[in-house]
Design a protein around this ligand. Sequence first.
Ligand SMILES: Nc1ncnc2c1ncn2[C@@H]1O[C@H](COP(=O)(O)OP(=O)(O)OP(=O)(O)O)[C@@H](O)[C@H]1O
Length: 241
Amino acid sequence: MLKVTDLHAGYGAIKALKGVSLSVEAGEFVAILGPNGAGKSTLMKAVLGVLKFSTGSIRFKGEELASTTTVERIRRGLGVIPEGRQLFAEMSVRENLVLGAYAQLGVTIPSSIEEKMAEVFDLFPRLRERRQQAAGTLSGGEAQMLAIARALMASPTMLICDEPSVGLSPKFVRDLLAILQSLRGRGITIVLADQNAIASLRVADRGYILDTGKVVATGYSKALMEDPALRAAYLGIQGTL
Ligand SMILES: Nc1ncnc2c1ncn2[C@@H]1O[C@H](COP(=O)(O)OP(=O)(O)OP(=O)(O)O)[C@@H](O)[C@H]1O
């Protein structure tokens, strides 16, 4: 469904990705892990079209994305939970959802927005209760729910999540991962970039570990978690699980 091949990208003289290749099949839950500065966010930005890449290829559903805009990528089914959530703080929960749908779909028939919102509120009843509340006054966990709900307004087939657990308490991280797992159960492919390596691998099918712009390890989650060298170097575990 998503195939990244020999991707190079960066910021001027800074080479943040140096030949990254990975693939994600439809229906999978794949974790992208690695220490600070490894290139996780850069990879997510390149996939979404927020950052242009210099060489390599990104194919989604068999089509090259290189010359397509972010809006076009979203129309093709890429949903995003951006780093830092990027909510409209002054606007209500409801307005954020409506704007998310408009921003992502361009012209949308209002009745379909209402239907979609009802669906999203069924998934996140807490947001229904708080639909008139300004997004900026939500708790961290609720704000993260809203960021997910906003992405779902465009009915994505793949959800790209960039460090969604930042700033959340351990309980909310568990809730968040459970929500992502349930979305996968509904047929949405999940790509999760996060520093919370072990928690991510516990819910993901497979993982890629990046370091200084390169893939240094890949495999099924269990195999990655059981590899002593990876555990010590990247997963923050000493000894056995
Ligand atoms: N806007 C920018 N301008 C210049 N360099 C940048 C910019 N954004 C990121 N970088 C650099 O690119 C490299 C990769 O950063 P990136 O944010 O992709 O890493 P990351 O794996 O997401 O790290 P973190 O977990 O800390 O967010 C780092 O060396 C970083 O300093």
